[in-house]
Design a protein around this ligand. Structure first.
Ligand code: FES
Length: 146
């Protein structure tokens, strides 16, 4: 019984993977399976947490080294495309100045994502907005506790 259930789950998962790979392309699929830069960043000196109109959240963490971002990461509770786009947005921030990051648009994130379905294009714009918000928090830090 348990073996049958496990086999059914494995077949379903493989079907989902194949459908996703066909719809998104290999690069976005691989990024969804193993997203680089996922998870909170220790000692971040810029961060954000935005909720999109879809109800999903996207966090971006930035650590600056001098004028440029030395490390960046993201976290999301959203859909697969939001994972792909958050990973891309964090990657695009590395090596750039605050001003250069503010120039990164949702369209650019979307273009790098590849074949994200049209009804998920907003996920790229959520990632870009969250990236901008993280820069704003770096440029205009709030009052410190204590
Ligand atoms: Fe909400 Fe993708 S971020 S549907």
């Amino acid at each position: 019984m348990s073996d049958d259930f496990d086999r059914i789950v494995a077949v379903l998962q493989e079907t989902i993977n194949e459908d996703t790979r066909a719809a998104w392309g290999e690069e976005a699929f691989q990024r969804w399976v193993a997203p680089p830069n996922r998870g909170a960043l220790e000692n971040a000196d810029g961060s954000s947490l935005l909720r999109g109109t879809c109800g999903d959240s996207m966090a971006i963490f930035l650590r600056f080294e001098g004028e440029r971002v030395g490390a960046a990461s993201f976290e999301t509770d959203g859909c697969g495309p939001s994972v792909v786009c958050g990973s891309i947005a964090a990657e695009m921030a590395v090596g750039r100045t605050a001003e250069e990051i503010l120039d990164i648009s949702g369209e650019e994130v979307l273009a790098r994502a590849g074949q994200i379905p049209e009804d998920h294009h907003h996920c790229a714009f959520l990632a870009a907005s969250s990236l901008h918000e993280a820069v704003n928090s770096h440029m205009h830090p709030g009052p410190k506790d204590g």
